[in-house]
Ligand binder design. Structure first.
Ligand code: NAD
Ligand code: MG
Length: 406
């Protein structure tokens, strides 16, 4: 390689996606250099990462943790500069020396830094689906305006992207119909696969008493706690339905959810001539991460051979919306438009946190989200402030009803 290494920011570097991203980057020191690493408060892991990758900047949102990290790095003569607070996340994400930003903060907290990277026209590797779900139109129009290079990292969306002809996401052309992209490409539908999570076959009456430990024990993927609970309620697939509609300019009826318990096919695209293209692989996020980092080139990710002989058979089921009401709620919120998806997302974040804290039962999660959607009127999501206000209102409302009991 003759080019200088690309400068990469990893937002949320101490999390599951962050760690996998650094694993891929470490395999290609000639291609990528870490410019900044960020986390909320896990200073210990961030310290190890700074010593290993020697970034220009490390950001901790938590001030006390940032001060401790600054002292430890000075003791080890590490040149990394420590910044603190949420504004510093935005600062590093939009920094003029940066080429690519991995958006891997969990939840709404990732919106502002991710949007800053988009507005600065970076290559944006989007794992943080909540940022796009809550701000959909605003986010995609920022991509269009800045010309940011948006690459989906969520395994399903990365699979769909790989099964499409080469497209630049978000770049609508004048004269395109509102659902122009798929039509233009000859796509009939997207087949979005889902594992079904740990409770796919649990008797319905037992769902009331499942524990956070059971919910976080995903059959195929090892992930952060919040997305693990989202997979158990299938809100993850609901968020992904919304994510697919924004990324690929699709309507919900063009996206067909297929439960596929083996998680080998990461999603499929069906064309008007009847061809169905699938992207397959071991369930390991290093594949979509490497694909996004190097796109349209290919690089080693560390993921092993796919052993189809061992897997033997692939299965498919229709999702059961009685078992998984979150799927219906997400589709309804997307159709309602405006701030509804921000309300859905915020109420879900509050309910999931309360469930993980053992303050509510698992089956209250969809109930709380539904109440928030009914209670909070939809308004236009035409600015970041409007989105954040809806997010705040939904959180306050969800906290009130959570306090009322388990
Ligand atoms: P995680 O909980 O393991 O890590 C989250 C990261 O975000 C950590 O580095 C944490 O310090 C940081 N963070 C958390 N709250 C923050 C805040 N308020 N401000 C700043 N930083 C904060 O989560 P994860 O599983 O790595 O998921 C990250 C994102 O990627 C999520 O949006 C998730 O939906 C998406 N995703 C994850 C996977 C997966 O396999 N883990 C797959 C697809 C998509
Ligand atoms: Mg996914």
């Amino acid at each position: 390689m003759t080019d200088r290494p690309k400068q990469v920011v990893v937002l949320g570097s101490t999390g599951s996606i962050g760690v996998s991203t650094l694993d891929v980057i470490a395999r290609h020191p000639d291609r990528y250099q870490v410019f900044a690493l960020t986390a909320q408060r896990n200073g210990e892991r961030l310290l190890e990462q700074c010593l290993r990758f020697q970034p220009q900047y490390a950001v901790l949102v938590d001030e006390e943790a940032a001060l401790a990290l600054r002292r430890s790095l000075a003791e080890q003569n590490c040149r990394t500069e420590v910044l603190m607070g949420r504004a510093a996340l935005v600062e590093v994400a939009a920094h003029g020396d940066v080429d690519a930003v991995m958006a891997a903060i969990v939840g709404a907290a990732g919106l502002e830094p991710t949007l800053a990277a988009v507005r600065a026209g970076k290559r944006v590797l989007l794992a943080n689906k909540e940022a796009l779900v809550m701000s959909g139109e605003l986010f995609m129009s920022a991509v269009r305006t800045s010309g940011a290079d948006l690459l989906p990292i969520d395994s399903e969306h990365n699979a769909i992207f790989q099964c499409l002809p080469r497209v630049t996401l978000g770049q609508k052309e004048p004269g395109d119909t509102p659902n122009g992209l798929l039509g233009k490409l000859g796509v009939r539908r997207i087949l979005l696969t889902a594992s079904g999570g740990p409770f796919r076959a649990t008797p319905l009456e037992e769902l009331d008493s499942v524990t956070p430990e059971q919910a976080c024990r995903h059959p195929n993927w090892s992930m952060g706690q919040k997305i693990s609970v989202d997979s158990a309620t299938m809100m993850n697939k609901g968020l992904e339905l919304i994510e697919a509609c924004w990324l690929f300019d699709a309507t919900p009826d063009q996206v067909d959810i297929h439960i596929h318990p083996e998680s080998v096919i990461h999603s499929m695209v069906e064309y008007c001539d009847g061809s169905v293209l699938a992207q397959m692989g071991n369930p390991d996020m290093r594949t979509p991460i490497a694909s996004g980092l190097a796109w349209p080139e290919r690089i080693e990710s560390g993921v092993g051979l796919l052993d189809l002989f061992k897997i033997g058979a692939l299965h498919f089921e229709r999702p059961d919306t009685r078992r998984f009401p979150c799927l219906r709620l997400a589709a309804e919120a997307f159709s309602a438009g405006g701030t509804a998806a921000a309300v859905l997302n915020a109420a879900n974040e509050e309910a999931v946190a309360a469930f993980l804290d053992r303050r509510i039962r698992f089956t209250r999660i969809p109930a709380i989200i539904e109440q928030a959607l009914v209670h909070i009127p939809v308004s236009a999501a035409d600015s970041v402030d409007a989105v954040l206000q809806a997010d705040q209102r939904a959180r306050e409302y969800a906290r009130q009803i959570i306090q009322a009991g388990p």
